[in-house]
Design a protein. Structure first.
Length: 321
């Protein structure tokens, strides 16, 4: 028969199952809420939902305080929303328009409230619409709003991913080299590197044999592909969390891989090699390995951070597949 400890164990197993399920349904409900707001905004402005979703996603990723998850993260500077001179922050649309503010009433309550999700999304979509409804118009509208190339690039990439997969919940991940092959890695981020002057090692090296398949870890868009003195044949993916994933020293690329292409976790990008540290084609100056780097953009600057803990997590996820 079951003893007391077994009962305790089963009880906690049951408890963690229930809590886990609750977490998942809370996630699902926020994605549903967001999607219905994006689709509603699309219906009244004709700006496709995935652009609105991508702007919101970008702003969520640049928020400093992520403790309480808001439904909508798009926020506007007060002077832009209310207009210069509307220092009393009067929410009447006509008053805002008089002061050349951009704030609009999206939910029909006669108030343009920047804290109201429908008003914020409707205002952003109208800003874009003032430049036109095509993809190129939207890109221009985004540039005039953010005045930063990397921000526009990230939003356009994220929109492309949302458009392709037609959903917001994209949490699957994979390990960057096939776990069916032999490989090894340890935490090497921040180590000093000699070649090309003193540099800091901005990534984790995963050692594996030539030809080991290299895969996308995440959902994103191929942003860069080609030769680099240090990285050899390298590749960069911009994901939907404002993170750039850098793959170095590849022996070559998969035929299907092109700049601008949408990828998902597990898509084969190329294979492990030892290219780099010389002119195009240089190979074999060090043992074959994949250099994996991660860079986060906070809306102002982009910096390298340690991929090691993420690689460990993705490795566990890959094993469970
Ligand atoms: Zn490396």
């Amino acid at each position: 028969m079951f003893n007391k400890r077994t009962y305790m164990f089963l009880f906690f197993l049951f408890l963690s199952f229930i809590l886990g399920a609750e977490q998942t349904s809370a996630d699902d409900s926020i994605y549903k809420k967001r999607m219905s707001l994006y689709k509603k905004t699309e219906a009244v402005t004709q700006i496709p939902w995935y652009y609105i979703a991508a702007i919101d996603q970008y702003e969520r990723n640049t928020e400093k305080d992520t403790s309480n998850e808001k439904v909508i993260s798009i926020s506007f500077p007060d002077e832009l929303w209310y207009g210069l001179g509307n220092s009393a922050m009067i929410t009447d649309q006509d008053v805002i328009a008089f002061f050349s503010g951009i704030g609009k009433d999206g939910n029909g309550d006669k108030k343009a409230d920047p804290g109201n999700p429908e008003d914020a999304l409707f205002t952003m979509a109208n800003w874009l619409l003032s430049y036109g409804p095509t993809k190129d118009d939207i890109k221009i509208g985004l540039w005039h709003y953010y005045k930063r190339d990397l921000t526009v690039q990230t939003i356009m990439s994220t929109a492309k991913v949302f458009q392709q997969f037609q959903k917001l919940n994209l949490k699957d991940r994979d390990f960057p080299v096939s776990i069916k092959y032999n490989y090894s890695y340890r935490s090497t981020w921040g180590d000093r590197r000699g070649f090309g002057g003193v540099r800091i090692h901005e990534g984790t090296d995963i050692f594996a044999g030539y030809g080991t398949p290299v895969k996308s870890t995440t959902y994103g868009v191929i942003e860069m592909k080609g030769w680099n003195l240090y990285g050899g044949w390298r590749l960069g993916i911009r994901d939907i969390n404002n993170i750039y994933h850098y793959y170095g020293h590849l022996s070559g690329y998969d035929d299907k891989i092109k700049v601008g292409q949408v990828v998902k976790p597990g898509d084969v990008l190329g294979s492990v090699g030892s290219t780099g540290y010389g002119p195009p084609g240089t190979s074999g100056k060090f043992p074959p390995h994949l250099h994996y780097g991660m860079y986060k953009d906070n809306g102002y600057s982009e910096w390298s951070f340690d991929p090691y803990p993420y690689l460990r997590k993705w490795e566990r996820m890959a094993r469970q597949k």
